[in-house]
Design a binder for this molecule. Structure first.
Ligand SMILES: Nc1ncnc2c1ncn2[C@@H]1O[C@H](COP(=O)(O)OP(=O)(O)O)[C@@H](O)[C@H]1O
Ligand SMILES: [Mg+2]
Length: 186
């Protein structure tokens, strides 16, 4: 199949605007002229590439994706930028407490003004926990079902505790200064 230049350019624009789809999806987009298939993939998947000096924009984008989700599972290796991203989202929410890594505390709670009501952000890091039992003992479940925002680093440690309506966000290292966020929507 031979692609016209305009089709390739159209695909590049989609890539720039939404900051990309996975390579598998790009492949399918290249070989599909069907607009329904294209928009289906776009609605299923969203990505955003960012540098540290652009993290505010990445946090704004993430908040849009979060929409009415409350539990956000942040997948990514050590140093990927999970804590840095949660800090940036908390700045947008104007939390009144200092944001720090919960690696040792397991759960940090931050307060913010949620349109006149008291809002809570639970920042959870399960890295040091062995299993779900330990997470329950640490009070993780209470946070997950509290109705407040919950950002969970190392969610794989207690996968079974996460509510069905959890937004799974993958943070990947693009290079030393760039990260990308990838969300598979359900
Ligand atoms: N685009 C970027 N986004 C987030 N962090 C970045 C970026 N570029 C470089 N960094 C650096 O990567 C490190 C990420 O650390 P951290 O947020 O604690 O990671 P994690 O919580 O995933 O272990 C920080 O030192 C941060 O300055
Ligand atoms: Mg961290």
């Amino acid at each position: 199949m031979i692609l016209k230049t305009s089709e390739v350019l159209k695909t590049s624009e989609v890539l720039d605007e939404t900051s990309g789809l996975t390579s598998k999806m790009i492949f399918l987009l290249f070989f599909s002229k069907n607009k329904d298939i294209c928009s289906y993939f776009e609605s299923m998947h969203a990505t955003k590439k960012y540098a540290l000096n652009d993290i505010k924009r990445a946090a704004e984008w993430l908040l849009e994706q979060i929409n009415d989700h409350k539990v956000i599972a942040l997948h990514g290796n050590m140093g990927a930028g999970k804590t840095t991203l949660v800090s940036a989202v908390c700045r947008l929410l104007k939390v009144t407490d200092a944001v720090s890594s919960p690696t040792f505390s397991i759960i940090n709670e931050y307060n913010y003004d949620d349109n006149g009501a008291d809002g809570s952000v639970y920042h959870i890091d399960l890295y040091r926990l062995k299993d779900e039992e330990e997470a329950i003992r640490a009070g993780v479940e209470d946070c997950l079902y509290s109705g407040g925002y919950c950002f969970v680093e190392w969610p794989e440690r207690a996968d079974g505790l996460l509510p069905p309506k959890t937004l799974h966000v993958h943070i990947r290292l693009e290079d030393d200064t760039h990260r990308s966020l990838e969300i598979a929507k359900n």
